[in-house]
Design a protein around this ligand. Structure first.
Ligand code: DC
Length: 228
C-alpha cells in the first residue's frame, strides 16, 4: 500500500503580474518549505519545442516533449531557481522572455500537455511542506491543498509591474505592448477548456493592486496560522 502524502500545501494562483511569484517565494522561504513554479515548466516545454522546431500546436509531439522534459532546477540560499537547465543548457534568463511566456500560454492550453506535467508537479509535495505557484494549483493539481490563495490585480498595474521587471533585467519593452500581450494571455488562459485560470471556490481572494508584497505575505501567513 502506498503511504498518503500528508506534507501540507499552500497554493497561490492568479494571473501574470498579480505578484504570485514573489509572494510564493517569500512564503516558502519564511516557512522553510519547498517551492513549485509551475509556470516555469510550461515555459520550459515551449522553449524545448522552439529548440526542436516543433510547432506549438502540434499536441502529440509537444506532449511527448513534456513527458520527457530533461530539466534541472538548481537552488541556492538566496534563490529557489538560481539556475534552470534544459537538456544541459542554462536557460534561466531565456525562459523569462515574452516569447517563452506567450509560447507557454499556447502549449498550456493543450490537455495532454497538462496531463503529462501533473505527476511532475505533484512530486514537489514533500515534507515539511510546499508552496505551489500557478494558475490551477488549487483547482486541479492540489485540490486538497491546506490553504488556497487567489491573487488578483488590475491589468494596468500588472502590466506596469511586468514592464518594470523586464526593464530591471535590461530588456527594453513598450508598456502598451505589454498591456496588449497581457490581455491576450489572460483571455487565452481563462478561456481554455482544460484547467482555465479561475479561483477555486474555497480560495481566499486577495487583491494586490494597491497592497505591498510584505502586506500580502503577512495576510497569507495569518490565513495559514488560522488553519494550522
Ligand atoms: O506564471 P507564468 O507567467 O510563468 O506562466 C506562463 C504561462 O504558463 C501562463 O500564460 C499560463 C501557463 N500556466 C498554466 O497554464 N498553468 C500553470 N499552473 C502555470 C502556468
Amino acid at each position: 500500500m502506498t503511504e498518503l502524502n500528508t506534507a501540507p500545501v499552500i497554493t497561490i494562483d492568479g494571473p501574470g503580474g498579480s505578484g504570485k511569484g514573489t509572494v510564493s517565494r517569500l512564503l516558502a522561504r519564511q516557512l522553510g518549505w519547498h517551492f513549485l513554479d509551475s509556470g516555469a515548466l510550461y515555459r520550459l516545454v515551449a522553449l524545448a519545442a522552439i529548440h526542436h522546431s516543433i510547432a506549438l500546436g502540434d499536441e502529440f509531439n509537444i506532449k511527448t516533449l513534456a513527458a520527457h522534459l530533461d530539466v534541472e532546477f538548481e537552488s541556492d540560499e538566496v534563490d529557489f531557481e538560481a539556475r534552470i537547465w534544459l537538456e544541459g543548457e542554462d536557460v534561466t534568463e531565456t525562459i523569462r522572455s515574452e516569447e517563452c511566456g506567450q509560447g507557454a500560454s499556447v502549449v498550456a492550453a493543450l490537455p495532454s500537455v497538462r496531463q503529462a506535467l501533473l505527476a511532475r508537479q505533484r512530486a514537489f509535495q514533500e515534507p515539511p511542506g510546499l508552496v505551489a505557484d500557478g494558475r490551477d494549483m488549487g483547482t486541479v493539481v492540489f485540490p486538497a491543498a491546506n490553504l488556497k490563495i487567489y491573487l488578483t490585480a488590475s491589468r494596468e498595474e500588472r502590466a506596469r509591474r511586468r514592464h518594470k521587471q523586464l526593464n530591471d533585467k535590461g530588456m527594453s519593452v513598450n508598456l502598451q505592448r505589454i498591456l496588449g500581450e497581457l490581455a491576450e494571455r489572460d483571455a487565452r488562459d481563462s478561456a481554455r477548456s482544460v484547467s482555465p485560470l479561475k479561483s477555486a471556490p474555497d480560495a481566499v481572494v486577495v487583491d494586490t493592486t494597491t497592497a505591498g508584497i510584505d502586506e500580502v505575505v503577512k495576510r497569507v501567513l495569518v490565513e495559514w496560522q488560522a488553519r494550522s
